[in-house]
Ligand binder design. Sequence first.
Ligand SMILES: [Zn+2]
Length: 450
Amino acid sequence: MGSERSYWNPELETRPWEQVLSHQLACAAELIRDLPARSALYRSKLAGLSPVDGPISAGQLNALPLTTKDELRLGQENQAPGQPLGLQQAVDLQRIVQFVSSSGTTGRPVYFGLTRADLETWVDGVANTFFTAGIRPDDVVAHLVSLPMVAGGLSYADGFRRIGAALAWVGGLPPERMLASIRAVQATAILSTTSFALYLTDNCWRLAGCAASELGVRKVLGGGESGLGQPEIRDRIVKGWRTHHVRETMGLGDVLSSMWSECDDASGMHFNAQAHVLVELINSVTLESVPWQEGATGEAVYTTLGREATPLLRFRSFDHLLVTGTSCPCGRTSPKVRCFGRTDDMLIYKGMNVFPTAIRDVVMSSFREAVEPNLRIWKDAQDQVRFNTAIPMDVEARADLAAERYMAVARGIGEAIRAQLQVRAEVTVLPPGSIPRTEYKTPLVYVRNQ
Ligand SMILES: [Zn+2]
């Protein structure tokens, strides 16, 4: 089919990024003018700021206050009747058509709302993202997330159908039945968290009596957590499903549930929500703006441009990004990134900062023949960041690793982590199957006695 489209939104996706930004800044200026009248949260946050007149510059935007999840959580603590979304609810309840909940992996869930117009922008943004990841109308997509109310639930289902693909929402079924359904509907694509895709890859024989590669799936979309940027993890999925069409995706329930995804170049995730969300990169310590340049790192901060129910100005994601490129053979102009961790996952060992994903990178780059990519770093309390003694950590042996080698492998991993990251870890190798996998996000850091 020669007429097949290449982009979901050709006009915005191929426009020079500077022009996209100016267009977005004009929309942001409008938002800032309206916000105090619409939202009690922003009435107090923006009090005392001189009114915005006309368009704003990137520098002016960078000077405005940031919004955090804790503020949103606090804003929902004492809801008034008709205001279930708390201080940030910016429309009457009767205009809201859908509630979305954050996953609650980092505390009590926060709820968001969508009006009919918000829902439309979400579905368009999600469709744009999955289209970039290669989903097409002739695909049959098995959607493996089981929780309709989280961002990766109903809104993903809507996005697949908007593209015109056939949706098979098998999330929530026992894994055996998921796999049986994938075969029954002749699914060509699956969407799941990265850790669950890996779980299915490794357990397909036991669950379905065949290798994952025999199920006929040609496209694997993973996200919801970092992982697919890790070459060894990606490689296991590529080999397990025998397809090179493995694409990482990422979004944020608070903002828009899927905003980033890899194109066919698979060299980092493009930003695909230009029409609805402005993204800034900032230094998470100084809070200063960081230019989108290859090799730059920083935290993503989002401003929703047209959101009616729960608009957000400069929302801190705490997601740490590495910019992997600003131009691409696919023709898209948006920056490409990898997410290598969340600021609130960062650990400090005697003054050295280390991300759990960096520890996993070390383990996987040198010990993938011996251990699984699942690790469990132990903290004594949820808010523990600093370690003055070796960081306790479990890794899981591969089935073919002899038990008498566990100690030596543990020692080797500890030495590699120390050499490469200047961090001491107290590593324990556990038998296969010891570290639980979930169908949704699988954390790398656990709290003892919780
Ligand atoms: Zn591209």
